[in-house]
Design a protein around this ligand. Structure first.
Ligand code: ISL
Length: 552
């Protein structure tokens, strides 16, 4: 297996709007990130992935870009960005930006032109179609509820929007569009940016003729109609040839509908497309067929299988991404851990899991202090367009709205977007003004300042675990095998290479569990645990205990 800096990296994801506000306008900004660079560096991470900071009307918080070459003044503009990049590089940190190229904002110049007339030179930059019998061209729904088409009076045609109506989809069939995007990528690489996370890259190639979908469940529609279109690999291959291959950068493609069958095709090194992808097999694990707002019970064995299957699928070709949360899902501790009694232990267990799996690890801001979900009582406290649209739709369908509110509490993307909890000062030290989204009231208990002072804190354990991974390349490149016989609460696996062998044990429950090791002899000794008061029984695990054992 070839070694690369990006395979060994730990990436820290920043949602800038919620990170640190220096102007008092309630919105985090780039100078706020600069102010915290020593903090970021102190975590031991190598790369920062910055969610979109370009000019945008913010219909979807920056995922609707109106100028790909302009940094939003809300975030501090180009000067602040240049300073950030320079200071990060001085500190040995790399910067990865977000490329949102499936769609633009409807306020982007290309779209403003495109909608003027059917003969406008930019018309074919987007997907325009005639309607059918007084309705849209097909029956597709948007990821954010409602039809995926909007009628435009000027030319009496519909345009396609997979996300909000202010996010028209680009027409990747058009070589000029592809060239424009290549130029954007090149522009940022020439400025020194170290890579791109590519937003919904799995859906850029649309199915031929855009037929009606015959799938009743949205999730199946994604798998079968929206994602992995017929030309996706041609487009990525071309992008790699034209731009990516010319720079020492990293790429990670994001995408609904990326599964075990098609996922490896994106990252197989011999195919020259992307370095890594984010799949969502574990992120939708507690969602039913109706999607995110149709919750179902979490099953640890299904969760383990996702990691085991993906490790196997990418073992010989390609490379994985290891993550448990981002700005689109609720907080990882509230989903996969225990954000109550076992807050400290379960947060530590989850980072031990992250740091001991094969693949590049991504840590989402705030997870390093165990930030949790929030439960705002009123829908008006929510900002996320996905949440608001889902709420509206549920109401129109006559659903029990009290019950739906608990689903919002569990699933809303705003759970992960509440401002970073720095200290116990006003607004958790995030802003002197009114934060764009309410602070999670638990900031008085969960904050960076308190955890800096506490040697036993989640924050300090993150630092330890990141350093542990760096000190043990077996954790990055070594083989993986799950060996727990489908235990309902224990996740156990081996990581090994020619020199070392580790056995990692996690107890995903609030009861003491004993691991029945299938390995003969007594060759393993305890190296590390998230709890200091462990017993002499190395295979006994206290609630939410995690242990790393090493073969003698
Ligand atoms: O958020 C999701 C589930 O609730 C996903 O389906 C998500 O919409 C999808 O993975 C795409 O996400 C990305 O593109 C969106 C943007 O809203 C997200 O923030 C972004 O990560 C549209 O650009």
């Amino acid at each position: 297996m070839t070694k690369s800096w990006w395979k060994e990296s730990v990436v820290y994801q920043i949602y800038p709007r919620s990170f640190n506000d220096t102007t008092g306008n309630g919105i985090g900004d780039i100078p706020g990130i600069i102010e915290k660079l020593d903090y970021i560096k102190s975590l031991g991470v190598d790369v920062v992935w910055l969610c979109p900071v370009y000019e945008s009307p913010n219909d979807d918080n920056g995922y609707d870009i109106s100028d790909y070459r302009k940094i939003s003044e809300d975030f501090g503009g180009q000067e602040a960005f240049d300073e950030l990049l320079e200071k990060m590089h001085q500190k040995g940190l790399k910067l990865v930006m977000d490329l949102v190229a499936n769609h633009t904002s409807d306020e982007h110049y290309w779209f403003q032109e495109s909608k003027k007339s059917k003969t406008n030179p930019y018309r074919d930059y987007y997907v325009w179609k005639d309607g059918k019998e007084d309705g849209p061209p097909n029956n597709w729904t948007s990821f954010f509820s409602g039809s995926a088409w909007l009628h435009d009076d000027t030319t009496d045609q519909y345009y396609l929007h997979y996300f909000t109506k202010k996010q028209p989809d680009l027409n990747w069939e058009n070589p000029e569009v592809r060239k424009e995007i290549h130029d954007v990528i090149k522009y940022w690489f020439d400025k020194g940016v170290d890579g791109f996370r590519m937003d919904v890259i799995s859906v850029i190639s649309k199915p031929e003729g855009l037929p009606d979908t015959t799938f009743e469940k949205f999730q199946d529609t994604i798998e079968n109609d929206y994602a992995n279109g017929p030309k996706i690999h041609d487009y990525l291959n071309e992008m790699n040839r034209e731009v990516l291959s010319k720079y020492d950068i990293m790429t990670v493609g994001e995408g609904p509908g990326i599964d075990l069958k098609n996922g490896p095709l994106y990252v197989d090194e011999s195919r020259n497309e992307l370095n890594m992808v984010f799949h969502f097999d574990h992120m939708f694990i507690d969602c039913g067929l109706g999607g995110k707002y149709d919750p179902r019970e979490f099953n640890l064995n299904e969760f383990k299988e996702v990691f085991s299957n993906w490790d196997k699928a990418l073992k010989d070709k390609g490379w994985g991404s290891i993550f448990l949360g981002n700005h689109d899902f609720s907080r990882m501790i509230s989903r996969f851990g225990d954000d109550g009694t076992h807050h400290n232990a379960s947060a530590k267990l989850l980072v031990t899991l992250l740091m001991t799996l094969r693949g590049t690890v991504y840590v989402y801001q705030g997870d390093e202090i165990g930030m949790t979900n929030v439960a705002y009582p009123h829908i008006s406290d929510y900002n996320d367009v996905e949440t608001l649209n889902a709420y509206k739709e549920a109401k129109e369908q006559g659903k029990d709205m009290d019950a739906f509110m608990s689903v919002v509490h569990a699933q809303s993307r705003d759970n992960a977007r509440t401002p970073m909890q720095w200290d116990t000062h006003k607004n958790a030290g995030f802003s002197d003004g009114k934060p764009w989204l309410k602070i999670n009231p638990n900031y008085t208990d969960i904050n960076v300042a308190a955890q800096e002072q506490d040697t036993n804190s989640i924050l300090n354990y993150y630092r330890e675990m990141i350093a542990f991974r760096k000190a043990h390349p077996t954790m990055v490149y070594g083989d993986y095998e799950c060996i727990d016989n489908g235990h309902e609460s224990i996740y156990a696996y081996l990581r090994w290479d020619a020199e070392h062998c580790f056995l990692v044990l996690h107890n995903f429950s609030d009861r003491t569990q004993t691991y029945a090791s299938p390995i003969q002899g007594n060759g393993f000794g305890l190296m590390k645990s998230n709890l200091s008061d462990f017993t002499d029984q190395i295979y006994e695990l206290a609630p939410w205990q995690t242990k790393i054992l090493k073969e003698h």
